[in-house]
Write a protein that binds this ligand. Sequence first.
Ligand code: IMP
Ligand code: MG
Length: 176
Amino acid sequence: MEMIQESDIKLLFSEQDIQSKIKEIANTINTTYGKDSLYVISVLKGSVMFTVDLVKHLKMPVRMEFIRLSSYGSNYTSSGKVNAVDITLPDLNGKNVLIVEDIIDTGHTAKFLLDFIKLNFKTKSLRFCSLLDKKEKRQVDIDADIYGFDIDDKFLVGYGLDFEEYYRNIPYIGYV
Ligand code: IMP
Ligand code: MG
């Protein structure tokens, strides 16, 4: 598949849009957990930018874990098959667990991860936080507990989201 020119990327959410939405999301999280400590589980690679910006605004004691899943093949559509590249986790029994994702699309990744954690641990709480939510594309019955932006069925790049592994470093979110 051909490279996208950066000039072909149309702005959807600016750096400012993203940062002010993240502050709102952080406020919700701070209100939800209060002073209770929290395990943030970041799903790499897509949620790297969102995670680091989000945790800076959290007020409770936070521990961070990173796992790597992949679902997209090298095209625009989700394969529906989730590949656990690295899902090494500490003991999450009795812990508040917040999964942090870039985007929920078909929902297969979210379902896989929630099922995996429920099967292996008795957490104190388990919630799912996603910056973006593509509700139209959902194939499984899953909803984020906390999310930032609702989006239509567009293929997005930037701020962690890739096209063939490129464009994750673009500071805004755009579509092609
Ligand atoms: P799901 O399993 O279909 O919900 O897909 C979730 C994963 O697919 C996300 O964590 C992203 O990494 C990737 N993804 C979904 N939509 C897009 C997009 O528009 N651009 C880039 N990656 C996407
Ligand atoms: Mg992702």
